[in-house]
Design a protein around this ligand. Structure first.
Ligand SMILES: C[S@@+](CC[C@H](N)C(=O)[O-])C[C@H]1O[C@@H](n2cnc3c(N)ncnc32)[C@H](O)[C@@H]1O
Length: 567
């Protein structure tokens, strides 16, 4: 093998056996011991980089010494499974609703405190009239007209001033409720009048750089909902971990609310206001005016007749990424790209062929040459198979809303870690500069996937060996494997309702008990696969001494070659 160990050692059964031992005891494989798999909960997160390194090494050894049988693919699969569970669990833990006490208002907000200078205080010209105390600083108040709250101690209406709603947290009564497919939502718990201030959008006020960083982190952590909205060109409000109930208000393409910016004691704050009369029990929603910066396309479930189908579908990033272009836009002309011949890139096929021929030839050349599959190329291919699973999706360029946005304008929500309604679909990052494929979040068709893979049938392979002992060994392996397959299938049928229920709710994680069951069955199946493949390879590489024992089950040569891949 090019650029590889170069010192192909004589293989003995002993070295292979010890190889297998260390292989199975290496970290990702440790659960393949005879003990029942550890609970998903008790597993510590897998350091991916180390694993990749390990795998690269193991892969070497596997290729060099055992020639091939896709053992490393099994390792890959196991790691995928584990990473998936870890990621889910982690995301679930982190996605737990933060505590929102009654005082969950701007007191929680970490904002740059600006001491308002006296000369900056705008005093309105309202004349206070005791007989109309209710109208103090009403619609005609100059401050109200400029979306500025009056400053206590400076307003002519004194304590009767009605224009301090943010400061006094004069929120409408609202109630949290569970929506169908859109997570939590907020509904009116009283009748609300058009124009009424409903609630402040509170959160941590952060710079645009920090917003970008956080949004990438949240994405990588698997958080599905976006809570960062822009305040102005330089600042964003992040309600992911701290905020008010406003963070639960969902998007609608036909909203009954909108966001508005107000100046309060010299600072800009964002409030949710009713755009129409809203009766008690109605869900509150505003148009997120979502700026899509990458990540998954989230199907909009607002149900409005004019629904734009995806959140952020109107934003430039989304349209460019999804190739919604005007006539004459030649940015995506295919002519420019070199042609890609997929036939050149099918290592697994190549490996399959090698495997088949290796088995049929019974004597094997350990130093098999895999043209082009040197260390780097394999490392790369291997990584490709994983990167989507373990790597966080990058968030594309981050744009800031231009300053001087008109009052009442909407505040784009940063699309980080979006809930995927397309629960199992592939998702791409949308940086616009090429798309890194991310794998399906989870695979409901696992059963299908497992069974659709071309598999070696142990009983058929057994016929190719002259030794009765080997045949028995292989038949035993095949039986164990069939049992494991049947068990996996039945577990799948058992947990299917739970998966489907999650799917219906657009939830991305499974209860630990269900996941554990699935892992346990998957582990057994993969262990059985490994044992079978290993036994085949072991006996091909180190055939037992030829004896004169008769072979009742068939010829030991390849004359009547059996297609080992048929079940
Ligand atoms: C600010 S949060 C709203 C609260 C969120 N539903 C929750 O459970 O925490 C925004 C996220 O809610 C989901 N969401 C909001 N409106 C939606 C809609 N119309 N359709 C689908 N998902 C929506 C999206 O995942 C979005 O990123």
């Amino acid at each position: 093998m090019k650029g590889l160990i170069g010192t192909a050692k004589e293989l003995t059964k002993q070295t292979l056996e010890s190889q297998r031992q260390s292989f199975c005891n290496s970290k990702p494989y440790s659960f393949l011991s005879d003990k029942s798999p550890k609970s998903a909960k008790s597993l510590s997160p897998i350091p991916t980089v180390t694993l990749e390194k390990n795998h690269a090494n193991l892969q070497y050894q596997t290729l060099e010494q055992v020639s091939e049988v896709g053992v490393f693919l099994l390792v890959a699969e196991m790691e995928i499974e584990f990473n998936r569970i870890h990621k889910r669990e982690k995301a679930d833990r982190q996605a737990q609703r933060p505590y929102f006490g009654k005082r969950a208002d701007h007191n929680l907000v970490r904002r740059r405190k600006i001491k308002q200078k006296e000369e900056d205080i705008v005093v309105c010209e309202c004349k206070f009239d005791f007989s109309k105390a209710d109208l103090a600083c009403g619609d005609r108040c100059l401050n109200v007209l400029t979306s500025t709250e009056c400053t206590p101690g400076y307003c002519p209406c004194g304590s009767y001033c009605k224009n301090q709603r943010f400061q006094k947290s004069e929120y409408a009564k609202t109630k949290l409720f569970k929506t169908e497919g859109r997570g939590w939502g907020l509904l009116a718990d009283q009748n609300i009048k058009a124009g009424q201030f409903i609630i402040e959008y509170c959160g941590e006020v952060i710079s645009s750089d920090e917003a970008k960083e956080r949004s990438q982190t949240y994405e990588a952590q698997g958080l599905r909902d976006a809570y960062i909205i822009s305040l102005n060109a330089s600042y964003f409000i992040d309600a992911t971990k701290k905020g008010s109930l406003a963070r639960f208000i969902n998007h609608s393409c036909q909203p009954n609310c909108e966001t508005r910016k107000w100046t309060v004691l010299g600072e800009t704050r964002v409030g949710i206001f009713a755009t129409q009369d809203i009766s008690i029990g109605t869900e509150l929603a505003y148009d997120y005016n979502f700026e899509w910066y990458g990540g998954v396309n989230v199907r909009c479930l607002c149900g409005a007749p004019n629904c734009s189908i995806f959140l952020g579908a109107k934003s430039q990033g989304f349209q460019e990424h999804n190739h919604v272009w005007e006539d004459g836009d030649d940015r995506y002309t295919v002519d420019e790209f070199p042609l890609y011949d997929s036939a050149e890139d099918e290592p697994s096929d190549k490996l399959n062929k090698v495997t088949d021929s290796a088995i049929q030839e019974t004597s094997i050349t350990v130093k098999t040459e895999y043209a082009g599959l040197n260390n780097d190329s394999f490392g790369y291919k291997y990584k490709t198979c994983f990167s989507g699973m373990v790597g966080g999706g990058a968030v594309g360029n981050f744009k800031c809303e231009a300053d001087g946005e008109k009052e009442g304008g909407q505040h784009p929500v940063v699309a980080s870690g979006l809930r995927s309604n397309n629960a199992f679909g592939d998702f791409n990052n949308g940086s616009g500069t090429g798309s890194t494929k991310r794998p399906a979040k989870r695979s409901p068709n696992r059963k299908q996937k497992l069974s659709s893979r071309k598999q070696i049938n142990g009983k058929r392979v057994a016929q190719l060996f002259a030794s009765k002992k080997v045949q028995d060994e292989l038949i035993k392996c095949e039986e164990v494997r069939s049992e494991a397959t049947a068990k996996l299938d039945s577990v799948y049928d058992e947990i299917r309702p739970a998966i489907e229920e999650r799917e219906r709710d657009s939830l991305d994680s499974l209860p630990t008990s269900v996941a554990e069951k699935w892992i346990e069955a998957s582990c057994s199946k993969l262990r059985a696969d490994l044992d079978l493949y290993f036994t085949v390879v072991k006996n091909v590489v180190c055939p037992p001494p030829i004896t004169t024992e008769p072979n009742p089950s068939g010829p030991g040569d390849t004359e009547n070659a059996v297609d080992c891949t048929k079940n």
